[in-house]
Write a protein that binds this ligand. Structure first.
Ligand SMILES: Cc1cc2nc3c(=O)[nH]c(=O)nc-3n(C[C@H](O)[C@H](O)[C@H](O)COP(=O)(O)O)c2cc1C
Length: 356
């Protein structure tokens, strides 16, 4: 797959993708990357259709360039409030001290943990972004078809070669190959995440060999060396999370950005503590408290439960009680400005893949 195929498909000048951050994307960071000629992504996890429409309006008000909207596909095993008595659960008891510390009452279960995926999808398709990026599965044929009818490219995300092949067979236009060193959730869908922990360096060339669509490398890419390595291994682009999250344009709290700035290669761990699904982040006091208690509700109940104190901790700048997702390359994140991160990454893009 030629290096320029990705850029032509997405209408971007440079093959650099800002990662979507469910819950932490910001209009400013997304549109900054788009304005610089990359593809700004925005994570819509947990957003209902009205909030999606408001977000798209804000993105379009700030930039007329292309952007990607990211959704989590339903996997069918998500629990609902009817399935778990969260208020009386051991998971709620485990986090009770964290609620008390912030002066919060123990929460009552909501009507639903997540908005309907179909409603989210309708809002995203109506918005006609350049790309619909998806995690946790292969989109159904009608999702791909509806996106394509509207001129929207479909991006799927793979943690193994088999997942990449399944995505390509399912008609996606681009595969993001995401290695286990990356920040946030392991988005595996064919086998358990714990059995799908392939590093970017091993995963990427094997995915490139296995599929005929452009492959974007994610996980551990934070500077020009990572970008050059990804292209040497056959990538058509890179998707970068942690390094951009550390910048002042991101929606991460000051405490979060400071935690990234002081992190080392071995600072992060994989844990189910914060959401019920496996994710890479800093083992702060919230993670340790929950893991020590050994009581974690299934996804998305656990994510909703911890979200009740995380939101307040975010407002107060208490890093120890937030989800501090970050990847193993966090120690390379020195820049506070997204344009400087972008310039650094661009320096690693081979000439043939650069916009004139
Ligand atoms: C706070 C945070 C939230 C994330 N949420 C999502 C998400 O909702 N959807 C998604 O596809 N990827 C999500 N990711 C993963 C990133 O898109 C990206 O693949 C990852 O950060 C790349 O690894 P790096 O951090 O080493 O650059 C998230 C990452 C972080 C740090």
């Amino acid at each position: 797959m030629g290096a320029r195929a990705l850029q032509e498909l997405l209408g971007i000048g440079h093959p650099i993708v800002l990662a979507p951050f469910g819950g932490v994307s910001s209009i400013e960071l997304t549109t900054t990357v788009t304005e610089l000629g990359g593809l700004g992504s925005y994570g819509l996890y947990g957003y209902g259709p009205d909030r999606i429409r408001e977000t798209v309006d804000a993105l379009r008000a700030a930039s007329s360039g292309p952007f990607a909207l990211n959704l989590w596909l339903p996997t069918g095993d998500e629990v609902t409030p009817a399935d778990v008595d969260l208020a009386c659960s051991s998971a709620a008891t485990a986090v009770a001290p964290l609620f008390a510390e912030l002066g919060l009452d123990r929460p009552q279960s909501p009507e639903r943990f997540l908005p309907s995926f179909d409603d989210q999808l309708d809002a995203v398709l109506d918005a006609r972004p350049a790309a619909l990026s998806l995690v946790f599965g292969v989109p159904a044929p009608d999702v791909v078809e509806r996106a394509h009818t509207r001129g929207i490219a479909v991006v799927g995300t793979a943690t193994t070669v088999a997942e990449a092949v399944a995505l390509a067979d399912g008609g996606v236009d681009v595969v993001v190959a995401t290695g286990a060193e990356g920040a946030g959730h392991r988005v595996s869908f064919l086998r358990p995440a714990e059995e799908s922990l392939v590093g970017t360096f091993a995963l990427l060339p094997q995915v490139v060999d296995a599929v005929d669509v452009p492959v974007v490398a994610a996980g551990g890419v934070a500077d020009r060396r990572g970008v050059a390595a990804a292209f040497a291994l056959g990538a058509s682009g890179v998707q970068v999370g942690t390094a951009f999250l550390a910048t002042r344009q991101s929606a991460a709290s000051d405490a979060y950005r400071a935690a990234i700035a002081s992190a080392a290669a071995d600072s992060s761990v994989l844990t189910r503590a914060m959401s019920g699904r496996l994710a890479r982040g800093l083992p702060n006091r919230a993670v340790r408290t929950i893991e020590d208690a050994g009581a974690i509700a299934p996804f998305p109940a656990q994510n909703w439960l911890t979200g009740q104190f995380r939101a307040e901790a975010g407002r107060r700048g208490v890093g120890d009680l937030q989800s501090l997702w970050m990847g193993q390359a966090a120690g390379l994140s020195h820049e506070d400005d997204a344009a400087a991160v972008f310039a650094e990454l661009l320096a690693g893009v081979p000439d043939a893949a650069r916009s004139a």
